[in-house]
Design a protein around this ligand. Sequence first.
Ligand code: ZN
Length: 426
Amino acid sequence: MPECNYDAASLPDLLPLYYRRLFPFAQYYRWLNYGGVTKNYFQNREFSFTLKDDIYVRYQSFSNQSELEKEMQKMNPYKIDIGAVYSHRPNQHNTVKSGTFQALEKELVFDIDMTDYDDVRSCCSSADICSKCWTLMTIAIRILDRALREDFGFRHCLWVYSGRRGVHCWVCDDSARKLSVAARSAICEYLSLVKGGEETLKKVQLSDPIHPFVKESLAVVEHYFSQYALVGQDILGSKESADKILALVPDDILFHITQVRKDLAAFFQTERSPTKRWDRLQSLVQKRSSKKAAHAEKEIMLQYCYPRLDVNVSKGVNHLLKSPFSVHPKTGRISVPIDLRDVDKFNPFDVPTISLISEELNQPRAGEEREEGKDGEKEVGEKRKIRDYKRTSLAKYIKVFDNFLDGMERSRKGELLRKSDLQKDL
Ligand SMILES: [Zn+2]
């Protein structure tokens, strides 16, 4: 497996090569420059670097792609974070009058981390993930992406693997980048169904009638629930795990729950099939349920599978988030965009590490040397960089990024055309 190759101690040796020959600067600049429509948009963007020995440098900013490239190649950051677009250049924030330096815009971002699901997954805990619990991230992407597009009308959602145990979403539409803190909070509120911390036992409460958004989200959960939760996590596999689930059925039928528990225990003695156990539980709860418990099984499904958002990351305009194509220093994996058309097939363990792509780059290929040096120097540099990443497993993820950027550009052009047509009509 690729991750076996990675040794965190080799990171300082690998980063210079990565930033010199593999990091997709052209696409990266194309993204954050957003067509160059707004003056100083790129220049006023904050970047933060984590350097060797956890030295954290905030308020970095760059005039253009070439300055960004030069600085990254000089500093070789272990980790890159992206912040807001400010009123002034972040690297000059000390020189402007106090109070005038303000975060103006940022993508609407979401951060989903597997550690927030520790009470509902049995396969791993804390920083560990496996292909079983990764389904939780697939569910999160499907639910949130649908809602962002269909309920909020956003079109440009970039989903990125964090490099270790979670995913990030960058909503890049003009309208999303301009959202106020209050509007971001309202969106988070709309999207949050699992509420309460460790001390809260029952984290999902549905009310009648069920909101269309919850219905849509449930449809996604139902698609995965049987295979993921019943079979994969075996949530009814033991008395303890089944009791944990029964504890989520509302109190006012407490008396009945004792009976349900007895019935189930008897049933479980002879029935091993996880789906049959679930069907039995459902029918027992439904048969005895009061109004308050009408949605008990839906609430259980959501508590076990619905995306858990780190809302503080989403609410703030000036909150920083790890950049796409940053390397995860612990795993060595590159933070790569996820292809939504194939989200079920995305496997975090297939994501290349910096060691793997460095190795791939060093494997010689016949006939390549001759091409070099024919054109002007700069062109050769650019061309070589393109060919360099194409020789590695990073290529397919950069392609996903390219497609995303093309989509944004098409929208931008469409918008310009629409505006000029309107002008003509006036
Ligand atoms: Zn797992």
